[in-house]
Design a protein around this ligand. Structure first.
Ligand code: DC
Length: 678
């Protein structure tokens, strides 16, 4: 997840590859419970890993289901209760998971036994009275242990199965939460052995698409529920849960919309057929899958099967749309950004509900689309978008995201603009609500020319603070970090371990070693093969050895490709001696960081002392000057500022001040319009 203040997306050109989207939360917990109530073993794939699913899994274990990990990641194997009674007594902690509390209450009340269901404090403020009332009508004994109508609850049928009154229709309110109805729909098949059971909804049923998901999932587990106009539901006599054997949890269909749009907008990467999306198919049970029809109408070529979609650019530019979006409110935001790539004006209608979501999405979308250069008309319940007329009319924009995950996700697609401008997404961490790794997933399937990927070079002599400054800068910008000195340090270490001279006698062999260096950076750890060499390469001796090995031209050449490999989306901060002069000569910002020899010796001294080493400032200074002399006089890539580098003497600056200065230089070079004052 990017926890930075903003994330700059470089201009993007192509896309290709496969994405696996996270599983939907509400489907995950429904499937878990249905598997637990079924006869037989169910392997569940692509389960969402979240707090809510974890408490459900723990509860299912507690009542006697067997839960085992399956072979693949994000999958689990559950052996259901079938005809067995749940294990009791049991106390079940359900966190803040409404999708666990409501249906478990209903199922356990009907199955019988002694249970206490409780959660976090917030869960005890979430109503469950309508469901409890409906269950009490049937003869279930449920006590609210705190406030009436709220968890924690106690279910009690000390003498086994409750005697239920099933003749009359079961009445439940539908206008507070559709989860009460879902809970009854999932529980009642357990007792529909002898007769048809009827549920009557009191009041208008809200969130019908969620009930539709429940009915679809029930069907997968062998229960066919009929309904009349969403007001009266019938569970047929003889219903019995049967495991489908295997079931995939679908990805969230609204989250898929960004990748469907990506396939429609981006030219396919060479050798790829656009974007393949795993976790969601054309037969999806979620209402937002109909986004596919809208994307097709705009020009996307979408094919798919069970649990996968493949999207390629078809008609280009896209075709403008005039569409009633009432059936796909969340995914329709993605259409508003696709409209930037359409010929003509796109109108999205019947989207008044946008005004009462995470933010006023109608106003937000209009404001941010205008920043990019689009002409936008914002109506009470519609949005009309005309893209910038020519490439030159696009603007580099800072997209404000209003703590709304969907604003952040859909505007990332503006990075495909024909003007090749970057797009700044403010507060990128807001995507965590539904898709914490959204940007990482995006970066794994999009490409751009290397010259579009920004590199900030921080070169300078040893102990100038460049390593610390570069690492902090990378953190602030969400960029990758290359500590090129580490490459030479590791090469020297590997050469020594292989018994090779690092002074030139074995130049070709050391270079060969460097070319195939099995190095991996894992957070702060540096691994050489399986060996953690983080400490071994940080000694004074290792630095001196690195300096010696770095004077060998063949070794320097051998490490070029490895260093270029760090230039990845969304950007790179590289520190070393020749980042700006040799490795990334086209970098848009080069800084040459220095400090007086005395200052640097003192810094190194403090570093060593704080780690518990003994040190002497005069010796350190002499070593450091010797290293500078060698690094600056060697025949290849000597230590010197690039012609276009900005010099920064930080003798009198703190690390934080140095970072701020470099960030200020970086911001000055961005194409974003200056902020309006105030
Ligand atoms: O930055 P450092 O102290 O980890 O670097 C160790 C040695 O590696 C340094 O004395 C010279 C060499 N080096 C280099 O030649 N080119 C680089 N880009 C980085 C380091």
């Amino acid at each position: 997840m990017y926890a930075t203040a903003f994330l700059d997306l470089p201009p993007l050109t192509t896309a290709g590859g496969t994405v696996q989207l996270p599983g939907s939360k509400s489907i995950s917990n429904r499937v878990l419970l249905l598997a637990a109530l079924s006869e037989g073993t169910t392997t569940i794939y692509d389960l969402l890993d979240s707090d809510d699913t974890r408490v459900m899994l723990a509860a299912l274990r507690d009542i006697g289901c067997t839960v085992e990990p399956a072979e693949q990641p994000h999958s689990v194997r559950i052996t259901g209760l079938g005809a067995r009674a749940p294990r009791s007594p049991a106390r079940l902690f359900l966190g803040n998971a409404g999708t666990a509390m409501r249906p478990l209450t209903a199922a356990l009340a009907l199955l019988g036994g002694e249970f206490e269901l409780f959660g976090v404090a917030r869960m005890h403020e979430r109503p469950i009275g309508d469901l409890v009332d409906a269950l009490r009508q049937l003869g279930c004994r449920i006590t609210c242990l705190g406030n009436e109508g709220y968890p924690p609850l106690r279910i009690e049928h000390a003498h086994g199965v409750p005697v239920l009154a099933l003749q009359a229709p079961i009445r439940v309110r539908g206008d507070v939460s559709s989860q009460f109805l879902t809970a009854l729909l999932m529980a009642l098949p357990l007792v529909a052995t002898q007769q048809d059971l009827h549920i009557e909804v009191l009041g208008e049923l809200i969130s019908k698409p969620y009930i539709a998901i429940t009915l679809q999932l029930l069907a997968r587990f062998g229960i066919q529920v009929a309904h009349e106009n969403w007001q009266r539901f019938t569970i047929p006599a003889g219903s019995r849960y049967r495991s489908p054997g295997r079931i995939h949890v679908e990805a969230d269909a609204s989250s898929a919309s960004y990748f469907i749009a990506l396939g429609a907008i981006a030219a396919s990467a060479e050798g790829q057929n656009g974007i393949k999306i795993l976790g969601l198919g054309l037969d999806s049970i979620q209402g937002d899958i109909r986004f596919v029809d809208a994307a097709r109408a705009m020009g996307a070529q979408v094919t798919g099967g069970p649990n996968w979609l493949q999207v390629q650019r078809g008609r280009w530019p896209l075709r403008a749309l005039d569409l009633d979006c009432n059936h796909i409110p969340d995914a329709a935001m993605t259409l508003a950004v696709m409209a930037l790539y359409a010929e003509g004006t796109t109108t999205l209608r019947n989207i008044a509900s946008w005004r009462v979501k995470e933010t006023d999405r109608l106003a937000a979308m209009a404001t941010e689309l205008r920043k990019l250069g689009a002409q936008v008309e914002e109506g009470a319940d519609f949005l009309r978008v005309t893209p910038p007329a020519r490439a030159a009319d696009w603007r580099a924009a800072r997209i404000h995201t209003y703590d709304d995950h969907r604003v952040a996700m859909c505007f990332a697609l503006a990075a495909f603009n024909p003007a090749r401008l970057p797009v700044r997404i403010e507060d990128p961490k807001c995507v965590a609500k539904t898709f914490p790794d959204y940007f990482e997933t995006l970066f794994s399937v999009v490409q751009t020319a290397p010259q579009h990927i920004p590199v900030i070079c921080i070169d300078g002599p040893t102990a100038s603070g460049k390593g610390t400054v570069a690492a902090l800068l990378a953190q602030r910008l969400g960029y990758h970090f290359l500590d090129s000195g580490a490459m030479y340090r590791i090469t020297a270490l590997a050469a020594r371990r292989a018994g090779l001279s690092i002074d030139g006698a074995h130049e070709a062999r050391v270079a060969e070693l460097a070319r195939q260096l099995p190095v991996r950076f894992d957070g702060a750890r540096v691994l050489l093969g399986a060996d953690d060499v983080s400490d071994a390469i940080r000694t004074e001796e290792a630095g001196m050895n690195a300096s010696r090995v770095s004077a060998l031209p063949a070794v320097r050449q051998a490490l070029v490709a490895l260093q270029h490999g760090f230039r990845r989306l969304p950007g790179l901060v590289a520190d070393g001696r020749d980042m700006g002069t040799v490795i990334f000569p086209d970098a848009p910002l080069k800084v040459f960081l220095t400090a007086s020899a005395q200052q640097r010796a003192e810094r190194r001294y403090n570093q060593l002392i704080s780690k518990g080493f003994r040190a002497n400032i005069a010796d350190l200074r002499a070593d450091l000057e010797a290293r500078d002399a060698r690094d600056s006089t060697r025949s290849v890539a000597p230590l010197q500022p690039a012609q276009d580098a900005l010099l920064l003497d930080n003798s009198l600056l703190t690390i934080e001040q140095t970072v701020e200065q470099v960030l200020a230089w970086w911001q000055e070079r961005q194409p974003f319009a200056p902020r309006a004052p105030g």
